[in-house]
Design a protein around this ligand. Structure first.
Ligand code: HEC
Length: 246
């Protein structure tokens, strides 16, 4: 870092990161890069700023730290972490951690982040959408340590559910020949939206977003969710918004 910016700039930055984010070209760039979340003013006096910069320069000069091997979880610890991952993380990061709404968190990436930083991410969340599991009281400190280790291990194979097994729990509600051939409502069925409580397996609410209630002329755009807006090009698949219950 000390190589990217000169000392005068770094001193100015540490004195007033918020102001620099508004006036300085490099500061503006940084602010935009980090989704306009400003770095808080660290409130350091000149001597402390000099000490911090000297420390950073000294650390930057060192060879990169070797990736520390974590002691893999075993037995009930592993099973517990696997359960937490499945219930709390897989929905966003994918069962094999290859990424979905959240980024990939496979060991190649997580080992570089390291246990301490992983614990911080899991405790405090991040501005880009990672929930603050610790701060919100969903995971305890011990569970966070567990998860910080778990995500550095190779993901286990997801449980297989063969087609025969799936068919065992399959319930046919309406036989194909009993299904309606034309819409059973006069509402605009090409423009329905529903909210699905995935974990509860329920549809919380479904209704038609009429073009009237969503008209940009009569309602502020903010009251009209994107999934409820009529689709351009008129595809026939209904838009579905999913909500996750925590
Ligand atoms: C609601 C979706 C969501 C859930 C649930 C979620 N995450 Fe995330 N996670 C994200 C997003 C989005 C990011 C990227 C955040 C950013 O860029 O600021 C992220 C980032 C991360 C990162 C940092 C990745 C990196 O490359 O910097 C880790 C590690 C992580 N999540 C682990 C977990 C674990 C473990 C759980 C379960 C306890 C979990 N996440 C649950 C959405 C989620």
């Amino acid at each position: 870092m000390a190589k990217r910016r000169d000392n005068t700039w770094l001193v100015k930055w540490l004195k007033d990161p918020i102001g620099m984010g508004q006036t300085d070209p490099a500061g503006k760039e940084l602010l935009a890069k980090f989704k306009n979340v400003p770095m808080p003013n660290p409130n350091l006096d000149d001597a402390k700023i000099a000490a911090v910069l000297a420390y950073i320069a000294q650390e930057s000069a060192k060879a990169p730290v070797a990736v520390a091997e974590v002691k893999p979880l075993e037995g009930e610890h592993f099973e517990k972490a696997k359960g937490i991952y499945f219930n709390r993380c897989a929905g966003c990061h994918g069962t094999l951690r290859a990424g979905a709404t959240g980024p990939a968190i496979t060991p190649d990436r997580t080992k570089k982040i390291g246990t301490t930083a992983l614990q911080t991410i899991l405790t405090n969340g991040t501005p880009g959408g990672m929930p603050a599991w610790g701060r919100e009281g969903v995971l305890t400190a011990d569970e966070i340590t567990l998860m910080a280790t778990y995500v550095q291990m190779t993901p286990p194979d997801p449980p297989q559910l063969p087609l025969e097994k799936i068919k065992e729990s399959w319930k046919l509600s309406v036989a194909p020949d009993k299904r309606p051939k034309k819409p059973e409502t006069k509402k605009n069925w090409q423009n329905f939206f529903g909210v699905i409580l995935r974990d509860a397996g329920k549809v919380a609410r479904s209704s038609t977003a009429t073009s009237r209630s969503c008209s940009p002329r009569s309602t502020p755009a903010s009251r009209c969710t994107s999934s409820a807006r009529p689709r351009r090009g008129g595809t026939s698949s209904p838009s579905v918004a999913t909500a996750r219950s925590r």
